[in-house]
Design a protein. Sequence first.
Length: 398
Amino acid sequence: MAHDTARTPPAPPPPHSADVVVIGAGVIGASVAFHLAEAGVRDVLVLERDTPAAGSSGKPIGGVRAQFSDPLNIRLGQRSLRAWHGFAARPGADVGLRTVGYLFLLSRAEDVPVFEAAAALQRELGVESRLIGPREAHALCPYVDPSGIVAAAHSPGDGYALPQAAVLGYLRAARGLGATVLTHCAVTGIDTDGGVVRAVRTTAGVVRTGTVVCAAGAWSHRIGAMAGVRLPVTPLRRQIALTGPLTPPPPPIPFTLDFESTMYFHDDDAGGLVLGLSDARQQPGFEREFGVEWLEPFRAAAARRAPALAGLEPAGGGWAGLYEMTPDRNALIGEAAEVSRFLYATGFSGHGFLQAPAVGELVRDLWLGREPFLDIGPLSATRFERAGAAARPEAHII
């Protein structure tokens, strides 16, 4: 990310030492910092090269759900949903949670058994989810043309919240518990000795530490390389458009996704809609300028699934940010095999916000040596290096 050095205030010198250095003040780093500080870790230092939530965590609205096909993702989403519901009390902030549900539209008959099996697994794990017919999908979301789908998967307990409010809430609480957050302080190197973390070098000075947590999102590959750790994370631009207030205002609808085309849309809090699509033509890279080229495939998809949306313009502006993609589009959570106490929580491929509360717990327990609520071994970054290892399966991805 480019910086205007004439306008960016210099960071104050970091503390000489810290028990844990968290790199990145997005929602994952903020959650990790809060959970560590809450557990009594004395010196937690968060380093952010820009400002909190300046990356993908700065988007206007983020989906929260437990509607996945992989039991690991279901449990991460389920535990995080409980935390989002209790966020006003702990850590103490209003994240604008709206439990509007998620609705996956299925237009291909071959997708139905996959979603049926996933819904059964979700129910087995305590998540309310079921497959419904086209007419019921239309009743839930009047924009949907029922003639274009064969079924839909509905999970009423899912919804959306405000990522930036969550980041600021976590960091405010972490500071209150003794953590330090330094902004405009980029990491320039990580010193190791004999496979042990010794220090983190920054643009403002050197911090001695025995533990690093990489929560740098799309920049995680670079951070890992500084310590000799391979984190297979690739940046990929994703964009959304805001319609601005509509007349008449949209009815309350679920977070609606067309599985075949990846088009999605949902209400915002300004009387309009948020529109999005995962453009298959987008090339990897750090480009974060908002463009309108993806509206062409969005409108083509909308014409088939939700015709009333095909002609909408982004009158309310738009947003572009980076997904942190892994080869199987599942997270990387664990401790590096080659460098002791180099922990990582990254590569969420669009699911970082919704999984952030649970991930903060997992990293906290990993550092403290506690038994976590979930076995994170299958999410190790080394899973792609093992001979014959299969990628983590996940059908519910856009």
